[in-house]
Design a protein around this ligand. Structure first.
Ligand code: FAD
Ligand code: DLZ
Ligand code: SF4
Length: 507
């Protein structure tokens, strides 16, 4: 009997596990639905990117002779949810059997489990580490250190390996990758694509339906099919990869992309594969086009961090996003949604996020993430924000980055210590502080940077948890050496700041 083959918006690869099972008579089901577009207020660029890429992917399947039932968001019969669409198409097609590839969010895995059709959820094998591979690796380990996992993935793939040894003699070149912000960037930014008629139609739909969501829809310049995504990748490898490593952690007010690849949205939606990205990067090194620190650093993000994060998400289970080990409960300030703030680093990162649906790793971790952690914001609200505003965000990758790496809400599974810093780090790695209302160098009193106040406030309120951490004991020793009056002033100014923020004052 013929079956339905489900393809979700982030499963746009011709060799998805479910599509490989396709047989003549089967019907591929794809649907733009209110539930997926609305479970968080996604950035309009993210919705437009996915809808346009879904429509083009459906066209390409049809060109290959595959039957596709595609539902547009404004189709009058649209059932509004993925299970609803499956039920509707099952009835039309006279079947109750569905082949799906496991979704990247527990929410949707459970919705498919609860759907009264016979649904098989196949493993998503677009990843290097299957659930079983990650479980085997994690089993019995006291600490799930990404670095050890990454080395196994290097050995498994042979990427940047010379026999059994790491190419160049070292596994990790991160010590070369921490240069502060350059004065100017010699890269024009990611490749941009002029919307064609099909993309324009989607942009009109999104403008009509998601007008109130945070984020700038136009100009829209993302790739929306595999060919374009390949060109964006080549553009990065040719023009930016050689300096990716050096300036990986740097931030510039005038340039939010620096030498970053800006391919995560394409990779996560299935327009690119990790294999082709990593092979292209390795070739650039072997051809002498890019240095080893850049290429190793880049490949580590993909076969290391990306795979590791996915492993953690699925290992930890559906309650992961609700973890709150530090008991943080403040509301996410309005300035994350575009309200005014005098903190230039936050204001610039949020403005870039609004305009591009993109911010690079250090902006996410050390600006918006760092502030939320220092200020004690409820991690679930922080998670929902990140899941909404970035074009590459799906829970399997976003939640371990936010709940784990950034907010320490998982109690230290992803990171052995919290990623917190005072203004010093942002001042060193960016040119944000120069024109800020606050002064990075001022620790208390008039103009003191809130990061400086909140840094000690955070450490002081979580002393019981962190003082014994060998990587943090020096920091506590510094705090203890401070004069008592000074400590009292810092804590009281931090409290005043938090109270003003909670009352909606412009801070
Ligand atoms: P580059 O800096 O050029 O890196 C190359 C690739 O490596 C990326 O495309 C991405 O696929 C991968 N990568 C790098 N770092 C990570 C990481 N920590 N975890 C997983 N993959 C990584 N990444 C997402 O794909 N989706 C998210 O929702 C997401 N949320 C994040 C939230 C926070 C708080 C933090 C700190 C990081 C988050 N990241 C997320 C990781 C990282 O910030 C983005 O992958 C990266 O900024 C994407 O931009 P790029 O393609 O220019 O990456
Ligand atoms: C993110 C998203 C959005 C905005 N819309 C759709 C949609 O209408 N149809 C669809 O199939 N997928 C969409 N997606 C992607 C899904 O939310 C994603 O597949 C799950 O969150 C699992 O990763
Ligand atoms: Fe951010 Fe403080 Fe620097 Fe201003 S001074 S940009 S608030 S770190």
């Amino acid at each position: 009997m013929s079956r339905l083959i489900l393809v979700l918006g982030d499963q746009l690869s011709p060799d998805m596990a479910a599509l490989r099972r396709h047989e003549p008579g089967d019907l591929v089901v794809m649907a733009e639905v209110g539930d997926e577009a609305g479970y968080v207020p996604h950035h309009p660029k993210k919705i437009a990117f996915l809808f346009a890429a879904m429509r083009k992917f459906a066209d390409s399947l049809r060109r290959d002779g595959i039957d596709v039932a595609y539902t547009r968001l404004d189709d009058p019969d649209n059932a509004g949810s993925i299970p609803g669409e499956l039920l509707r198409r099952a009835e039309q097609h006279g079947t109750d059997e569905v082949i799906a590839t496991e979704p990247g969010e527990w929410r949707l895995i459970q919705a498919l489990d609860d759907c009264p059709l016979r649904i098989t959820q196949l493993q998503d094998d677009r990843f290097l580490a299957s659930h079983a591979t990650f479980q085997d690796w994690a089993e019995g380990r006291k600490e799930l250190r990404m670095e050890w996992f990454y080395r196994d993935m290097r050995r498994k793939t042979g990427l940047l390996m010379d026999g059994d040894e790491p190419a160049g003699g070292q596994w990790n070149y991160d010590h070369d990758n921490r240069k502060p912000a350059p004065d100017a960037v010699a890269f024009s930014g990611p490749m941009s694509f002029t919307p064609d008629a099909e993309v324009e139609e989607v942009l009109d739909l999104v403008a009509r339906r998601f007008d109130n969501n945070f984020g700038q829809l136009r100009p829209f310049a993302f790739a929306t099919d595999r060919g374009q995504a390949r060109r964006a990748l080549t553009h990065f490898i040719t023009h930016a990869l050689p300096r990716f490593g050096d300036y990986q952690d740097a931030m510039l007010a005038e340039n939010g992309f620096l030498y970053h690849a800006v391919v995560s949205m394409y990779l996560n939606a299935g327009l690119l594969t990790w294999q082709e990205i990593c092979t292209a990067a390795e070739e650039a090194w072997r051809d002498g086009h890019a240095p080893i620190n850049a290429v190793e650093g880049f490949i580590r993000q993909i076969i290391g961090w990306r795979e590791y994060m996915r492993g953690i998400y699925f290992r930890e289970g559906p309650d992961y996003t609700r973890r709150n080990e530090l008991g943080h409960s403040r509301s996410l300030p309005w300035f994350y949604w575009g309200g005014e703030t005098r903190m230039r680093c936050v204001s610039l990162t949020v403005a870039q996020t609004r305009d591009e649906a993109y911010a690079h790793h250090i902006q996410r971790l050390m600006v918006t993430g760092n502030f939320a952690l220092l200020a004690g914001i409820d991690p679930y609200q922080v998670h929902e924000w990140y899941l909404s505003v970035y074009a590459d965000a799906y829970e399997w990758v976003e939640a371990p980055n936010v709940i784990g790496m950034s907010q320490f809400a998982d109690g230290g599974i992803v990171g052995s210590k919290p990623y917190v810093s005072s203004a010093n780090y942002i001042d060193r790695m960016s040119n944000y502080c120069g024109d800020c209302h606050y002064s990075a160098k001022t620790k208390t009193g008039e103009g003191a940077c809130p990061f400086n106040l909140l840094y000690w406030h955070f450490l002081n309120r979580h002393r019981d948890r962190f003082a014994q951490n060998p990587r943090m004991s020096r920091i506590y020793a510094n705090w203890d050496r401070m004069d008592e009056d000074r400590r009292r002033t810092i804590l009281s100014e931090a409290e005043t700041f938090l109270n003003r923020m909670a009352q909606g004052a412009v801070v």
